[in-house]
Design a protein around this ligand. Structure first.
Ligand code: SF4
Length: 432
């Protein structure tokens, strides 16, 4: 049905002498679908992308019926299926109207000033390539020295990142990881959301869209995000590019206690964090397999009571992390928290041990979702004694398997069971 409608609309455009263009077209027509939640996410993302690239966006298809308000907000004009006049006739009217009153050129996306890295020229040494997209932070968490060292926020332009990522792929990297000091502030001049001049501009989603199109790139991963930066628009971009963008997010919690988060000067509370987790789970669950979520938690922050710590344990259980990076709080001279009364090291160490034990349990529970499923594993380390490879699947779990491939290959494998911290798999034959 959608294909037939598309052909009919193309005929209308051709009859008016209009031609398709991939290079900054004057008009973009997004023919949408909303038969599933994922289709709706892809539609929203396609409209948003078109609004960035084109000068005028007409939205057609089912999504204009199920979510007309959103379609109208994202695009310039919508042509719904419903109505007495046939859809094709109304579409033609809209085209005529646009031809008579062409729209103004959209604002150019913001450009920023982190220079392009010297492009690498030697072959890939590591299977996964980290690509720094952003630098600097001015959020001033009370335990962190970074804002004193790297105060100015800078981001590379999308064009430069695409150039750098393309080179990395040409050199043999199949997976790219976006890194930065505060990735959620990509394209913004401050990491403080309340001070951002245009918080509604979703530079990171645009970047994800652009890099995911690079030929030969198999996986794209974002290294770390704060709750306020994980927006519906960003998740749409992840869903729309799900063949490349992996369903894994690293979302530092630091503490499950609002009192401690406030003392840390974090920009979120526990309820906001949990709401974001619910949204991530809802949007990034594919084929009944929930996304992998990893986190950082600091144990023994000054002022952390037994009750505060118990709340961190409780939040961790609610989220069900694939992995928790557990850090004992350590004093950083020059930070506010360094001046506060410190907890006794045995208390700190005891809490670390409790979280490490919980990490084993939660990791096992998450990885049970993978058993009996087919996953794609990027081969990393080969153990010459055991003759087993270790590698990571899309959901970031470390997989142990036998394979005739070489590091950097992505192989299809069946997860056959868990052996404590190990997730065992058998490889299928093909190397992707
Ligand atoms: S947001 Fe991260 S980099 Fe910035 S101050 Fe806090 S911990 Fe440091």
């Amino acid at each position: 049905m959608n294909h037939a409608e598309r052909r009919e609309m193309e005929s209308v455009l051709q009859a008016k002498g209009m031609k398709p263009s991939t290079d900054s077209p004057d008009l973009e027509i997004v023919h949408t679908c909303s038969v599933t939640g994922q289709a709706a996410a892809k539609s929203r993302n396609a409209i948003r992308r078109a609004a960035k690239n084109g000068k005028h966006v007409i939205v057609t298809g089912c999504f204009t019926g199920t979510d007309p308000k959103v379609a109208m907000e994202l695009g310039n004009t919508i042509v719904t299926q419903a109505g007495e006049t046939p859809m094709l006739e109304r579409f033609e009217d809209e085209i005529n109207h646009w031809l008579e009153t062409p729209s103004e050129q959209n604002e150019k996306p913001k450009t920023t000033s982190l220079p392009l890295a010297t492009l690498p020229s030697s072959p890939a040494e590591h299977t996964r390539a980290e690509l720094r997209i952003q630098d600097g932070c001015d959020a001033h968490c009370t335990f962190c020295i970074i804002p004193k060292i790297r105060t100015t926020l800078r981001s590379k332009t999308i064009e430069d990142i695409v150039t750098e990522a393309t080179r990395l792929v040409e050199l043999g990297h199949k997976e790219i990881i976006f890194t930065g000091i505060f990735i959620g502030a990509y394209g913004h001049e401050t990491a403080l959301r309340r001070k951002q001049k245009s918080p509604e501009q979703e530079h990171l989603a645009d970047l994800l869209d652009a890099v995911a199109q690079i030929n030969g790139l198999k996986r794209l991963r974002i290294s770390s995000m704060e709750p306020g930066d994980v927006t519906p628009v960003l998740l749409d971009a992840m869903v729309a590019n799900q063949t490349v963008v992996v369903p894994h997010l690293h979302l530092p919690l630091q503490s499950g206690s609002d009192a401690v988060l406030q003392k840390m000067n974090r920009q979120y509370g526990v309820s906001q964090y949990l709401e974001m987790i619910a949204m991530v789970n809802e949007r990034l669950t594919y084929d009944n397999l929930p996304p992998a979520i990893t986190t950082d938690i600091i144990c023994g922050f000054p002022t952390e009571t037994e009750n505060d710590f118990a709340q961190s344990v409780s939040v961790a259980k609610q989220v069900g992390y694939l992995h928790m990076h557990t850090f004992p709080y350590s004093v950083r001279t020059g930070t506010a928290a360094a001046r506060w009364e410190q907890l006794h090291p045995t208390v700190v160490n005891d809490r670390v041990q409790q979280l490490l034990a919980l990490d084993d349990v939660l990791s096992l529970l998450y990885r049970e979702h993978l058993v009996s499923r087919q996953v794609e594993v990027m081969l990393e380390q080969y153990d010459t004694e055991t003759k087993y490879f270790k590698g990571r699947c899309e959901h970031y779990a470390e997989i142990t398997l036998k394979s005739t491939g070489t590091p950097g290959d992505i192989v299809s494998a069946n997860v056959i069971g868990l052996d404590g911290p190990k997730t065992m798999a058998k490889t299928a034959l093909q190397v992707l």
